[in-house]
Design a protein around this ligand. Structure first.
Ligand SMILES: [Zn+2]
Length: 243
């Protein structure tokens, strides 16, 4: 099975990007059945030319901290969860050969490429990080550190639970000015739409945001869903690297 590359349509030759599917196995070293996780990572990542031992992973906390990483961070959380970079929900790098990764089951992963520096960013956007606008934080860091222009960024989305399935409490309406729809008195959240709008608000061009439209809950046979599987759920990996 060819790994899904959400940046493919842009024809960028200097970036490796992909997310895994259920068939690739659990990629988490701490959630779900972790017995084969390292082997799963090795198999999946080698198929896209990434050394699983170089992976940079986070102890994700549904916040909005995005860390700049470079060669010295290679391997953080690659083999042992405890070595992952703490209190982090996104990475940015301008170094070649530093694969940055996010693990998800329902949350949205966001891939960003800045052709100018060049640089790449990966973000973990669940509803809490979406509320904190982690998408804007990723763009802001690119602007601050590398002088990137949002108009020139290319964005790809991973799979996530979508408004067809993501029921939320009524009070979400007051926290989110858009992206909540009501059906038969029940509220549903559209995480991908919200992040898309947040990126557009930063100056990113709509045509430079690719959303494959995959729902992890509806397409549970191919993707992990925490909402559907609870604690037994594995995690898929989203990874991006400058070649
Ligand atoms: Zn769905």
């Amino acid at each position: 099975m060819v790994p899904y590359n959400p940046m493919e349509k842009y024809g960028i030759s200097v970036v490796t990007a992909a997310f895994s599917r259920r068939q690739d196995g659990n990629m988490s070293l701490c959630y779900g059945d972790t017995k084969h996780s390292l082997e799963n990572r090795k198999t999946f990542l080698s198929s896209i030319g990434v050394d699983y031992r170089s992976l940079v992973c986070a102890k994700q906390v549904h916040g909005k901290n995005v860390r700049y990483v470079k060669e010295e961070h290679k391997g953080s959380g690659a083999l042992i969860y405890e070595n992952s970079i703490a209190d982090t929900d996104g990475f940015m790098t301008d170094k070649k050969g530093v694969p940055i990764a996010i693990l998800t089951a329902d949350c949205l992963s966001i891939f960003i490429y800045d052709p100018k520096r060049p640089a790449v960013v990966i973000l973990h956007a669940g509803w809490r990080s979406t509320e904190k606008n982690i998408a804007a934080e990723g763009v802001r860091m690119l602007q601050e550190k590398f002088g990137s222009s949002p108009q020139r960024l290319f964005i790809g989305f991973g799979p996530s639970i979508r408004s067809c399935c993501f029921e939320v409490e009524k009070d979400f309406r007051s926290n989110f000015p858009f992206g909540i729809t009501t059906r038969e008195g029940r509220n549903f959240m559209d995480i991908s739409l919200m992040n898309k709008q947040q990126l557009i608000n930063c100056g990113v061009k709509e045509k430079n945001i690719f959303d494959p439209g995959i729902c992890t809950f509806s397409d549970n046979q191919d993707y992990f869903s925490f909402r559907k599987e609870a604690d037994s759920s594995g995690r898929l990996i989203s990874v991006i690297m400058l070649k």
